[in-house]
Design a binder for this molecule. Structure first.
Ligand code: NAP
Ligand code: ZN
Ligand code: ZN
Length: 350
């Protein structure tokens, strides 16, 4: 066992506060990682506030983890002490179901074990995430991080990165296609970078016109302000694929009119009801598809990290002291983040 220092919430209205807890001893397949940077995902706030139900406290959030390997168990073959490592949203799965057999641990039929707010499959204990100084994770759920990457800006790849990379790959986005990314936040800005790197024509679809210049800098070819009915009309029936990262219930119907016949809108943000509901006519007339996608499997997460190293892709981050983490959450809730907060975990020692 080792003593970990982190930040936790204790109720669904409480702020994050310093919290000390035990990590398990390094088992034969385990890797102990000193956390260097931890990204702040909107899901952290959703779970801390119990927006999705089932929250358990104390909760140490954080699933965009970059660190240095400080100890490995005797059976570990993937990484060695001193390597840079990444941990995302999952730390375990059943490993035997059809999804796990296909490297799709995120769709494990028994449910993956999440990095926090989940129960360890062996001990039953509550898992604790990356807003902490170190973490112990089994090797299948740890990726190798290239030294070429700017580590602080690489942290958000572990969730925002893979969550956008995976659907763009699955629906085969590429040259000759017009792709729209809805919502320019942590996920959205990675969606723009990936879709561009994959060769598509990219349109940033935003509710915030002031983000237009940023969207172009990030790689968007065009900006579409979704609150402007004229602009929406001009882009009707023109998109091959839409990646919808909006985190809250919203009217999805207007976006459906943007799709070409047979084209697809993939939801990655909202998991609660769509309000107002999606109208049947939006999919019937034009044989359109609405689908969804959750993070990505571990093999694909490694592929994405390697793609980022090859293409020089990282997130645009604002690095914070952990003592300012509550203000960062408030700003994220107010849509005031350009485009991901990352905690410098060294500040927990100060
Ligand atoms: P974020 O940084 O807060 O960005 C969300 C963006 O959505 C905002 O910047 C805003 O962009 C837009 N938006 C916000 N409210 C809106 C509204 N009412 N109507 C239309 N657009 C709105 O959040 P994030 O970290 O990217 O996370 C996005 C969502 O993905 C969260 O719900 C998170 O829980 C979820 N998530 C899912 C997965 C998965 O596996 N599927 C993984 C990670 C996160 P504009 O200003 O440009 O409009
Ligand atoms: Zn996340
Ligand atoms: Zn499984």
């Amino acid at each position: 066992m080792s003593l970990a220092h982190g930040y936790a919430v204790r109720t669904n209205t409480a702020p994050l506060e310093p919290f000390t807890f035990e990590r398990r001893a390094v088992g034969s397949n385990d890797i102990r990682i000193e956390v260097l940077y931890s990204g702040i995902c909107h899901s952290d706030l959703h779970q801390a506030r119990d927006d999705w139900g089932g929250a358990e406290y104390p909760m140490v959030p954080g699933h965009e983890i970059i660190g240095r390997v400080v100890e490995v168990g005797p059976s570990v073959t993937t990484l060695k002490v001193g390597d840079f490592a990444g941990v995302g949203c999952m730390v375990d799965s059943c490993r035997h179901c059809d999804a796990c057999d296909h490297d799709l641990e995120q769709y494990c039929e028994k449910g993956p074990t999440y990095t926090y707010n989940s129960h360890d499959r062996n001990t039953g204990e509550l898992t604790m995430g990356g807003y902490s100084d170190h973490i112990v994770v089994e090797q299948r759920f740890v990726v190798k991080v290239s030294e070429k990457l700017d580590l602080k800006a690489a942290a958000p790849l572990l969730c925002a990165g893979i969550t956008t990379y995976s659907p763009l790959r699955h629906w085969k986005v590429g040259p000759g296609q017009k792709v729209g990314v809805i919502g320019l936040g942590g996920l959205g800005h990675m969606g723009v970078k990936f879709a561009k790197a994959m060769g598509a024509t990219v349109v940033m679809i935003t509710t915030t016109p002031e983000k237009g210049a940023d969207a172009k800098r990030l790689g968007a070819d065009e900006v579409l302000v979704s609150r402007d009915a004229e602009q929406m009309k001009a882009h009707a029936n023109s998109f091959d694929f839409l990646l919808n990262t909006v985190p809250v219930s919203h009217d999805t119907n207007p976006y459906m009119s943007l799709l070409k016949r047979d084209a697809t809108m993939c939801l990655v943000g909202v998991i609660t009801e769509l309000d107002p509901p999606l109208m049947g006519g939006t999919v019937i007339f034009g044989r359109k598809h609405v689908t969804g996608s959750a993070i990505g499997g571990m093999a694909e997460t490694q592929e994405m990290m390697d793609f980022c190293a090859e293409h020089g892709i990282v997130s645009d981050v604002e690095v914070i002291n952990i003592k300012d983490v509550n203000q960062a959450w408030e700003r994220m809730a107010k849509n005031d983040v350009r485009y991901r907060f990352v905690i410098d975990m060294a500040t927990i020692k100060a």
